[in-house]
Ligand binder design. Structure first.
Ligand code: ADP
Ligand code: SF4
Length: 681
């Protein structure tokens, strides 16, 4: 039985001509699949409908070749309707509503495929470093744009969408560019006063209502604060004024902060509900329903938001990725089963690198169609094996949980008293406390499984493993950071090793604080180097972070964190040397070198921290292989013990092992493939 306080989340809500069956609303989000892998994308959305989300939206949907983001979905013309209809069918099959976010990206895209000239309220180069310029739209361009948007809305209705968005969010679309004083320097009736700058947005809402308003709801997605203060759109200024001016014109307000880096902040920089202070005013200015986001995973928090009149719908992208069945679990009074998003943005990184989205918490994400993986269901066991898993990090815990769900007898042996492996260690670093959810959710599930036994303080060697009598053995014993500086830059040990005290991330996470001044060599490029610089600085050490890349924590560009990390380190007075590598160590410090010219200089230091490669310990695996014990039918390595990587990769490896009892490379792809380009030949 669910608590009565949560009932409010399951009230139906009217949105213009359509009705949502509850208050759970999956706002538009990218997923890296788009039109390149449209069936996996559709199946992913359909899974969320099955899990209880009442409204499920697409990612950005480009409306015309002058808005040509290559990987996203499109409604340029009729050709795009069939694969989007596949998505709406899968959503409707579970009684949910399908929404489409119609977008024209204006000056934000170079249109590399279509080769059309980008469009903008006022001429300007496209952002970044691509050598293209957007042209100022004349009156005919504006009329054309309104017609394209209208046509896309009509195509959306044909494809079966119930909600057709007008999008003015994230500094990513023409209506927002027209709204923005920064981007709009026009002197005609579309520029100057706010009344003029809002004109295009108003016209688009009216056009869309006129085209499809009888059958489809017309929501507006808008950034009400760019977090730029009064120079941008802000909640105390023009953000508020725009909502007041258009108050009841759309059927729903989908409100957030801009840009994407602000909207999708990670747990390292923002807690659940971080947007409330910026968007909370919207409901006081409209009678139409309002949806907002903020990485909501707590049903008490959600219900309180609705009850207090701050939001009508609980919007979610990431919580719906981490747990497509979040609404159903709350409905059934099983809130403790929610697989809570940890706020790491690995999902965003999938989209950024052009791969199907991955999720740290949900290994079935993007695998619904390709591998037929359901996030809640798994085949019952089909062998009588007893399984031993060695190591209770993310790989071992997920393998034990999923095998337990299949009905196998599982023993999980862990050397230390603590469970969680790297997740427990890393969750103690600044800002990463939510990462412990990877451990805690799995332990919570395993606690309900009488067929899974956990043995703490049980360091296993080959003999101990044989004694268990297990027929399947998975080694999930993790990896350690290299102490010799080898990694991406140095193929082998760094010269001068042994002359200067050198430490690894494992040492620092175990509580060692080296003598300062410290040189930290970050050849890893994800979060660890930047986080350890923060730890050492907070401990009062002078820190110089050197990295061969041109940015600190370069991979975090893909998790939308890079600018915040570099800013934080600079504000903490960490000295940052980019495009710089560590040449060698000596008793007085380090010799560093320009990554391009090799020009060297000496930096005095009392110690060095090496954040370079990681290594796995093969001893146990080799001993077991050599012993060739007939009782062990299969021996596999999973997670970091197989190849160090992300926590998401370790969880996936554990899950895959549980599904297939095998981690070997198959001779052919072991997932269904969809190649849209080939299909068109
Ligand atoms: P992964 O990310 O692949 O799950 P982790 O490093 O997070 O890897 O976790 C590995 C876990 O395995 C750690 O908790 C570690 O204590 C444990 N472990 C390592 N070697 C042994 C062993 N021989 N016996 C039991 N547990 C082990
Ligand atoms: Fe949340 Fe991380 Fe999963 Fe994204 S990848 S949904 S941020 S847990």
């Amino acid at each position: 039985m669910r608590p009565a306080a949560h009932d409010i989340l399951f009230e139906p809500v009217r949105i213009g001509p359509v009705t949502a069956r509850n208050r759970f609303y999956q706002v538009p989000h990218c997923n890296g699949m788009g039109r390149h892998w449209p069936t996996p994308m559709a199946a992913m959305r359909g899974m969320k409908a099955e899990g209880g989300w009442a409204v499920i939206c697409t990612e950005q949907c480009d409306i015309h070749p002058t808005s040509n983001v290559t990987k996203e979905i499109r409604l340029w013309d009729e050709q795009d309707i069939p694969y989007l209809a596949r998505m709406t069918d899968m959503i409707h099959a579970h009684g949910s509503l399908a929404g489409v976010e119609l977008v024209h990206s204006g000056h934000r895209v170079a249109n590399l495929e279509s080769r059309e000239i980008p469009l903008a309220p006022s001429a300007r180069p496209v952002p970044g470093f691509l050598p293209f310029t957007a042209r100022a739209m004349d009156k005919q361009d504006i009329r054309d744009y309104r017609r394209w948007h209208r046509n896309a809305a009509l195509h959306a209705r044909t494809a079966g969408f119930d909600l057709v968005y007008v999008y003015a969010g994230h500094d990513l679309s023409l209506p927002m560019h027209f709204l923005s004083r920064r981007h709009n320097q026009r002197t005609d009736e579309y520029g100057g006063s706010l009344e003029n700058r809002v004109r295009l947005l108003r016209e688009l809402i009216e056009d869309t209502r006129d085209a499809v308003g009888g059958t489809c709801a017309v929501p507006v997605r808008i950034a009400v604060d760019e977090l730029l203060g009064p120079s941008g759109i802000c909640a105390e200024g023009e953000g508020r004024d725009v909502i007041a001016m258009l108050a009841d014109l759309p059927d729903l307000w989908d409100v957030n902060v801009s840009a994407w880096e602000n909207d999708s902040q990670t747990a390292r920089f923002a807690a659940e509900g971080y947007q409330e202070q910026h968007v909370g005013f919207v409901k006081s200015l409209t009678t139409k329903p309002v949806v907002g986001v903020g990485r909501y995973t707590s049903p008490d928090h959600m219900a309180a938001l609705v009850r207090s009149g701050k939001l009508d719908f609980i919007g979610a992208a990431r919580p719906s990725i981490a747990d497509p069945f979040l609404p159903n679990k709350i409905a059934e009074g099983r809130a403790e089963d929610i697989r809570e998003c940890i706020g790491c943005n690995i999902c965003v990184s999938g989209d950024k690198v052009g791969a199907p989205m991955r999720c740290t918490q949900n290994p079935t994400m993007s695998e619904e169609w390709r591998r037929g993986w359901h996030p809640e269901k798994i085949a019952a066991r089909d062998t009588d094996d007893t399984v031993l898993i060695v190591g209770a990090g993310p790989a071992g815990l997920e393998a034990a949980r999923a095998l337990g769900q299949r009905g196998y007898q599982v023993m999980l042996a862990e050397a230390s008293r603590d469970l969680g492996g790297r997740v427990s260690r890393e969750s103690r670093l600044p800002g990463l406390a939510t990462w412990a959810r990877v451990r805690d959710w799995r332990l919570g599930q395993i606690a309900k499984m009488p067929n899974v036994s956990i043995y703490r303080e049980s360091r296993m060697d080959a003999d101990a493993i044989h004694t268990t009598g297990a027929s399947l053995v998975a080694l999930a014993t993790g990896a350690t950071w290299r102490a010799d500086g080898a990694g991406r830059w140095h193929d082998t040990a760094i010269p001068g090793l042994g002359t200067l005290p050198a430490y690894t991330p494992d040492d620092i996470m175990a509580g060692t604080i080296p003598e300062g001044p410290v040189v930290l060599f970050d050849d890893d490029h994800y979060y660890m180097g930047g986080l350890l610089a923060e730890v050492l600085r907070k401990a009062g050490r002078a820190v110089t972070l050197i990295t061969p890349d041109s940015l600190v924590s370069a991979f975090t560009q893909y998790t939308l964190e890079q600018a915040r990390i570099q800013k934080r380190l600079l504000e903490m007075d960490v000295t940052i040397l980019t495009s710089t590598t560590l040449a060698r160590l000596d008793a007085n410090g380090t010799t560093v070198a320009c990554a391009f010219t090799g020009r060297e200089r000496h930096l005095s230091a009392a110690s060095v921290v090496l954040v370079t490669g990681q290594t796995t310990d093969d001893t146990l695996y080799n001993a077991l292989v050599a012993a060739d014990a007939p009782s062990i039918r299969r021996l596999v390595r999973i997670g970091d013990c197989n190849a160090p990587g992300t926590i998401a990769a370790a969880v996936y490896a554990g899950h895959r092992f549980a599904r297939r009892l095998d981690t070997a490379h198959a001779d052919v792809a072991d997932f269904k493939r969809e190649n849209v380009e080939l299909a068109a030949l």
